[in-house]
Ligand binder design. Sequence first.
Ligand code: PGA
Length: 253
Amino acid sequence: MKKRTPMVAGNWKMNKTLSEACELLESLKPELAEVSTVDLVVCTPFIDLPLAKDLLAESNIKVGAQNLHWENSGAFTGEISAPMLKELCDYVIIGHSERRAMFGETDETVNKKVVAALVVGLKPIVCVGETLGENEAGQTEAVVDRMVREGLKGLSQEDAKNLVIAYEPVWAIGTGKTATPDQANDVHKNVVRPILREMFGEEIGEGMRILYGGSVKPGNAAELFNQSDIDGGLIGGASLKTADFVGIVQGAL
Ligand code: PGA
């Protein structure tokens, strides 16, 4: 038995209209109703959040967003702030590789967003991970090390208890190419975990959850989640289908 409660979080990305979201959530709820030993989260597009909040209010599934702005309010057309999200959800994904690659997110903006989320009591799911090029150049450790240290810079031990890390090798996201359980656990155990222990102390670092993300499927979930330092998953494509998401949650049970 692992000491850390596993978490399975869905990242819907830019998918699901309101009516599609309604359908998916209504079908997930009964399927997952008996799950009590895995923390469940669905991170929906902003516009689906009020619906998700209502539909999941009495359920064991928590709601998360996929991004936020670090300022609380003001002239930032098209952006959404932490206080706005706080009324709608509990979690927020920060620094997803798609945002880093396509929307100019940097370690610095990730850090500002993490701080803004924590201030209002949102729990960040902070994504880190190397690209294929970095992986092939042997830079995985250096890249992940930098992303974790810079992204979590200046946080207190209390802050650390309220956040989750997701290691998502970019080459494994949406590609069908999963890191092997050994490969993923090696980064979790020998790169991310030691930094967390160093930054926040042995006990807190040991207790923090490190999720794996990148082509997790019902067929590979259990083996991944069985690894010593893989504490669940951040699920993209497979979180859009009830049977797949439920199958992955079963892998965490
Ligand atoms: P995937 O995405 O499961 O579709 O690979 C994971 C993610 O981007 O969080």
